[in-house]
Design a binder for this molecule. Structure first.
Ligand SMILES: Cc1cc2nc3c(=O)[nH]c(=O)nc-3n(C[C@H](O)[C@H](O)[C@H](O)COP(=O)(O)OP(=O)(O)OC[C@H]3O[C@@H](n4cnc5c(N)ncnc54)[C@H](O)[C@@H]3O)c2cc1C
Length: 310
């Protein structure tokens, strides 16, 4: 086994689960597409107990610091498959690396909507990102593309224009869903070029992204970019564990009040589940429960002592 616990997703649920398993001295890694998850998207979070109002990104950075301090490893990538083995689980990433673990805690929240084009999965974490907040700074003075026509894409383009040398905003129509104010701002930015009525067709690269192919009518052209940001919304997508869990009609994963799924050793927590009220504090609490349950599983039911009796 490579790990005692593999956590999928570095949002509030996943990072809290990892804090709990690390404190139990279980060898833990979090595999994630980004760091922070959806909480990153809120510029002002004022309902996380015990903290001053702050940006979601700052709050998630503090979660990450906690995890690292407790010895958690972070692996950047997209999980494409989780398989049950005779003993434990095999977790496979889009770039064909796989890891084995005694338990898996799935905390993949709401999944960024994907384009479904060649190269997209392969280069996720290696040039393809769904979060400007998390990954934008990596593209200082480089050329990037951002895909989408809603507020996330336009706000992302505004942020990227400050960091990158050039930004292409690629959108499949000429009309936008974004607020007029953001659209006007982007139109006035010298280093943002809009590529409209354009369908992304493929992402190219060699180890890392080098370009994106877009189709405008019959014409196809490749934009030379080092980063591609896909900002086209979120959905529930339990596909990576679909054979190991039950889902409801909203594609939320069915768990019991101990974050257990129908597969022993596979836990699930946070927005990905049937638990109501999708909120950061709720995901964090559910993650804590899942982490403690994983510990009970690995120690064959050894009772969990609450921290203040240590
Ligand atoms: C715009 C916005 C504003 C919000 N404002 C607030 C607020 O003010 N207060 C509040 O309490 N809540 C707020 N929320 C809700 C809150 O952000 C979510 O409830 C919370 O982020 C859920 O945490 P999670 O860990 O369950 O999932 P997520 O935050 O969705 O994290 C999921 C993680 O899994 C990763 N992942 C997904 N699929 C894979 C895969 N296949 N392989 C590897 N990694 C994967 C993602 O990259 C991400 O890191 C807001 C949400 C949005 C979108």
């Amino acid at each position: 086994m490579d790990y005692d616990v593999l956590v999928i997703g570095a949002g509030a649920a996943g990072m809290t689960a990892a804090m709990y398993t690390c404190r139990k001295k279980l060898k833990t890694a979090i595999i994630s597409i980004d760091m922070g998850g959806q909480t990153n998207l809120t510029s002002h979070i004022e309902n996380y107990p015990g903290t001053e109002p702050q940006s979601g990104y700052e709050l998630m950075k503090a979660f990450k610091t906690n995890c690292e301090g407790l010895g958690c490893e972070f692996i950047n990538g997209k999980v494409v498959k989780v398989e049950k083995l005779t003993e434990g689980f095999k977790v496979t990433l889009a770039h064909e690396v796989s890891y084995k673990a005694k338990t898996v805690i799935a905390c993949f929240g709401k999944v960024p909507r994907s384009l479904g084009i060649p190269g997209e999965e392969k280069f996720t974490g290696r040039g393809v990102s769904s979060s400007v907040v998390s990954d934008g700074q990596k593209y200082k003075d480089k050329t990037v593309a951002i895909i989408g026509g809603g507020n996330s894409a336009f706000e992302g383009a505004i942020d990227l224009a400050d960091i990158a040398k050039n930004v292409y905003l690629v959108h499949r129509r000429k009309e936008f869903n974004a607020d007029e104010v953001s659209v006007e701002k982007v139109k006035n930015l010298d280093n943002v070029e809009m590529i409209l009525d354009a369908m992304p067709a493929a992402i190219k690269g060699k180890g890392h992204v080098t370009g994106i192919v877009v189709k405008q009518g019959e014409e196809e052209k490749e934009l030379q970019v080092e980063g591609v940001f896909i900002e086209i919304g979120f959905l529930n997508d339990p596909a990576i564990i679909k054979n190991l869990v039950e889902v409801n009609d909203k594609k939320e994963i069915v768990i019991n009040d101990r974050c257990e799924t129908k597969t022993p050793g596979l836990y699930c927590a946070g927005d990905a589940t049937i638990v109501p009220f999708k909120q950061t504090v709720i995901s964090a609490g559910e993650g804590a429960k899942a982490g403690l349950e994983a510990y009970c599983f690995i120690t064959s039911g050894k009772g969990v002592t609450i921290d203040w009796t240590h």
